[in-house]
Write a protein that binds this ligand. Sequence first.
Ligand SMILES: C[S@@+](CC[C@H](N)C(=O)[O-])C[C@H]1O[C@@H](n2cnc3c(N)ncnc32)[C@H](O)[C@@H]1O
Length: 179
Amino acid sequence: MTSHPGGTEHTLNLLAIAVDAGLSPGGRILDLGAGAGETVLLLRELGFAAEGIDLAPRSLAVREGSLLCTEYSDGSFDAVISQCAFFVSGNVPGALCESFRLLKPGGLLLLSDVCFKPLRPQAEAAGFRVLWEEDMTPVWKEYYIEAIWRGDPLCCEFSQKKCAYSALVCRKDETNGPV
Ligand SMILES: C[S@@+](CC[C@H](N)C(=O)[O-])C[C@H]1O[C@@H](n2cnc3c(N)ncnc32)[C@H](O)[C@@H]1O
């Protein structure tokens, strides 16, 4: 069990799509809501210059900070990754807007998250062009059932409403901007 649906296999899948879209090993990547830093460490093993921030870091690989308002300058990263963290931040549009700001022109956002409103139009409204999308709701359901079994308190938030789980890879196009 990992901290996001699909685990490492899903992270590697997002990365493979990003590499196909032009992300090069050695590129600078920020994990927003990095938790225990599993993805940061994986990215480093694969040769990326990876960093992570989280409100409550659970490893030395992750720095403390809010994904809604980071200390990094505009255009600092080749890619931003976030798995299962934008929704729990309580401000998905704000998280998308900060991701857009952090990316270099042409940079990539690798995102997977729970959503009560479809993620794709929200990403487009933030200025992104969506290159790839997957409905991961079946994977999320399995993950959710396991989480209930473990007594994870987060599950109470989702139990009364109909939600989905989406994965996107999006590009910050130089011609685009937030609408
Ligand atoms: C379900 S965990 C996912 C962790 C990690 N992305 C993973 O897949 O293993 C959600 C994480 O988002 C973090 N988080 C929530 N709101 C945040 C915020 N505003 N800024 C940074 N991290 C936040 C939580 O502290 C938690 O570690």
